[in-house]
Design a protein around this ligand. Structure first.
Ligand SMILES: [Zn+2]
Length: 90
């Protein structure tokens, strides 16, 4: 670990730096690493969520387009028999 006081690299097992800084208060350093890892995972989750939102939106647009096309086709198919019944003699 790096000493926050003198920037000297110490072995992880060191309890105190050569400059006298005690790593007993290294819990603060670990919490910073912990927060950093949380921030990184949150960022990756955010990226995943954004990816899925984009995929879902694209899927919804494509699906909506397909449904709209099928509805238009159905309407055309429905109109034709209607016309046929209109022309049919009563
Ligand atoms: Zn030091």
């Amino acid at each position: 670990m790096t000493c926050p006081m003198c920037r000297l690299e110490n072995p992880p097992s060191a309890l105190a730096c050569d400059c006298g800084y005690s790593f007993a208060g290294r819990g603060e350093d670990q919490s910073i690493h912990y927060l950093r890892s949380i921030a990184e995972s949150v960022n990756s989750i955010r990226r995943m969520v954004l990816f899925w939102i984009v995929v879902t939106l694209i899927g919804a647009v494509v699906w909506g387009f397909i449904i709209a096309m099928e509805n238009a086709r159905d309407n055309e198919l429905r109109r034709q028999p209607e016309k046929a019944t209109d022309t049919r003699p009563k």
